[in-house]
Design a protein around this ligand. Structure first.
Ligand SMILES: [Zn+2]
Length: 97
């Protein structure tokens, strides 16, 4: 098993002493087969689909484990949604209250 190293930001135990969590993501058939071979041979290693996340990224990552890590990371890398028209409208006129 690899030591904790956040799959999103690269934080590790040297610069972040908070808890890291190992999450298991959906595998491609090929990765599943590779994990199976590892189990069959009783080899010890880092299983495919298992990724560490730091405290900043664990919560969001947990909601995406039904996806492949590549899809999950693509979603996590997206910037936060821009405010909706209504939110901008409120921000514009909310101040005049
Ligand atoms: Zn992180």
């Amino acid at each position: 098993m690899k030591p904790p190293f956040c799959a999103m930001c690269g934080n590790n135990l040297r610069n972040d002493e908070r808890e890291f969590e190992l999450l298991y993501f959906k595998l491609t058939l090929e990765e599943e087969a590779s994990n199976q071979r590892m189990r069959d041979n009783r080899r010890v290693g880092h299983p495919a689909g298992a990724y560490w996340f730091c405290a900043d990224h664990t919560e969001q990552a947990k909601t995406l484990t039904h996806l492949h890590i590549k899809e999950a990371k693509a979603i996590m890398e997206q910037p936060p949604k821009p405010p909706s028209l209504w939110e901008r409208f409120r921000a514009l006129f909310g101040k005049t209250k």
